[in-house]
Design a protein around this ligand. Structure first.
Ligand SMILES: Nc1nc2c(ncn2[C@@H]2O[C@H](COP(=O)(O)OP(=O)(O)OP(=O)(O)O)[C@@H](O)[C@H]2O)c(=O)[nH]1
Ligand SMILES: [Mg+2]
Length: 316
């Protein structure tokens, strides 16, 4: 497997170190598997989503160095989701090629609706989703809708900007446009790629693997509570009706998406921006690039919060 590297901050150095380390070992041994050789449970499932014609199928072919799925100039070439199982040095993957969702609403044809439904289903099934964008065209409404769908589904995400060979802007320029248009996806790594020339195609797989590990990160309870209480003390606390928000205790309750439960005095004292501030704090400390982080607030008095968690941990 890939070695694990600590990450310091958003899009931090850890990521580059990981890339450098893994790339030393490339090109990896890629083996295409038959359906029978790929049990879903043992595979990392990766849906490749994006508008028609962005190069989803081309990416898969380039990665596998084989004409495994159909590619053409014609938007709408892929009509249905297709599973493509393969392994890299023993690690198994299922790439899910999807049909680019075209239209929504009344003007959508039956085929459009079916494609969209199948793409949504593929996103639900996946562990990690690639959101593929087209460097030769601007960001569109469809890209944003899709991004929203991926984050709502709670899926880890890597943004791949394909057709970089045609780009007329710099990486920095594209990134800042992306940050402006899709601020809510700013936690995702971005890979600039060309499925045509092969540039960064292997990087993309490393990024996918990396995000998969981030989605399954463990936030040790002690550290988690230290980090959150530092955050609590670092900015002014929300006050409503003369009484401030109090935070008692936090614990991780789930993976992929990462779910953290926080016991507070009163959930009504929580403005949305405060919750976002806490998520940003967790990202700064733990990395969690590409992973969706959800906070669940529970109202407790100081004592009942403690008792409850104490009895729960005894049971295990
Ligand atoms: N210049 C350039 N062309 C590319 C690149 N990747 C794909 N293409 C071309 O873009 C067109 C569409 O590629 P596909 O891989 O079929 O795109 P898709 O996203 O699978 O499209 P649908 O299946 O219709 O949703 C083809 O003509 C490809 O040759 C790239 O990196 N650079
Ligand atoms: Mg296709």
């Amino acid at each position: 497997g890939f070695p694990v590297f600590p990450v310091s901050a958003l899009h931090g150095r850890g990521f580059d170190d990981l890339m450098t380390e893994v790339l030393k070992e490339l090109p990896p041994q890629i083996e295409i598997l038959s359906d029978g050789e790929a049990d879903e449970k043992d595979c990392l499932k990766v849906a490749v989503a994006g508008r028609p014609n962005v190069g989803k199928s081309s990416f898969i072919n380039k990665l596998l160095r084989a004409e495994r799925v159909l590619v053409s100039d014609e938007p709408g070439t892929t009509r249905d989701s297709i599973d493509v199982p393969f392994s890299v040095e023993g690690r198994k993957y299922i790439l899910i090629d999807t049909a680019g969702a075209r239209r929504e609403g009344r003007i959508a044809s039956a085929i459009d609706r079916y494609s969209r439904y199948r793409m949504e289903e593929s996103i639900e099934r996946a562990d990690v989703v690639v959101l593929m964008l087209d460097a030769s065209r601007g960001l569109g409404l469809l890209d944003k809708q899709l991004a929203g769908q991926i984050s709502e589904a709670g899926k880890g995400c890597v943004i791949i900007v394909n057709k970089w060979d045609l780009s007329e802007v710099t990486e920095r320029e594209f990134s800042s446009e992306l940050a402006y248009q899709m601020k809510f996806m700013s936690y995702c790594p971005i890979i600039f790629m060309s499925a045509k020339t092969g540039m960064n195609v292997n990087h993309a797989l490393v990024a996918i693997e990396y995000v998969a590990t981030q989605c399954n990160a463990t936030l040790p309870t002690g550290l988690l509570n230290r980090v959150l209480s530092q955050a609590y003390n670092s900015i002014s606390v929300p006050i409503k009706g003369g009484r401030p928000l109090k935070m008692y205790y936090a614990t991780q309750v789930g993976y992929n998406p990462i779910r953290v439960r926080i016991f507070v005095n009163d959930t009504r004292r929580l403005p949305g921006h405060y919750s976002q501030f806490l998520v940003n704090t967790l990202r700064k400390e733990f990395g969690l690039e590409g992973a969706v982080v959800r906070l669940q607030f529970r109202a407790r008095t100081r004592d009942s919060g403690k008792k409850k968690t104490a009895s729960r941990s005894k049971k295990r």
